[in-house]
Design a protein around this ligand. Structure first.
Ligand code: ZN
Length: 203
């Protein structure tokens, strides 16, 4: 709903949510006004990276017979909409996305040491490599709805069963969210505060 379908990759439709399109227009507008297209180019490439991350999850999920309805891009990131997540595949599906981002980040980081594209004095590949590595650390926070939460549950469920593991993982997520909120308020870090709310309600 309220999204535009771009094209299909691996038979999966890639869709842009209306809020994503508005966000993109604002970023491009600001870039033009400031005579600096660096941020617009970076933003677009970041979302290509996010699509690759989601395709990583999707690729492994398909091997477990999961049907992937679409990959939806929102201003805060991407989601691969799946009909179900099989318990036995959850660990591998969860790891696949961060693994793609990590490989991408490291590859870009190495390339950027030899060659980079400078836009208005900003190194494009280097910045993109850091953003991909940040995406990995952000996603590995062991809390829902982050990949780390799913990975944690998959590991726990081997010992405690699925339902109990979900509860444990959700509680760890809530505690982490509270710790981040306190840290965010103390340091007046808006991003940390937003992430903590995101994690709390996800849990
Ligand atoms: Zn992911």
């Amino acid at each position: 709903m309220y999204s535009i379908r771009l094209f299909k990759i691996m038979d999966i439709p890639i869709e842009l949510h209306i809020t994503f399109i508005l966000f993109l227009i604002v970023i491009i507008g600001l870039s033009i006004m400031n005579n600096n297209i660096f941020w617009a180019v970076l933003f677009i490439l970041l979302f290509v990276s996010v699509v690759l991350h989601e395709l990583g999850h999707s690729y492994v999920a398909k091997k477990y017979g999961v049907k992937i309805e679409k990959i939806l891009l929102l201003p805060i990131g991407g989601v691969a909409v799946m009909d179900k997540i099989p318990k036995e595949g959850e660990l591998k599906i969860g790891i696949a996305g961060p693994l793609v981002s990590f490989a991408l980040g490291i590859t870009l980081l190495i390339i950027s040491q030899f060659f980079d594209i400078n836009i208005n004095g900003n190194p494009l590949l280097y910045t993109l490599s850091l953003l991909n590595l940040m995406l990995v650390s952000f996603n590995l926070i062991p809390a829902f709805p982050m990949d780390g939460g799913r990975i944690l549950r998959a590991i726990l469920s081997k010992k405690y069963g699925y339902l109990k593991s979900t509860k444990i993982a959700a509680n760890i997520g809530k505690m982490l969210a509270l710790a981040m909120l306190i840290l965010g308020l103390l340091s007046m870090n808006i991003i940390l505060i937003l992430v903590s709310l995101f994690v709390y309600f996800g849990a």
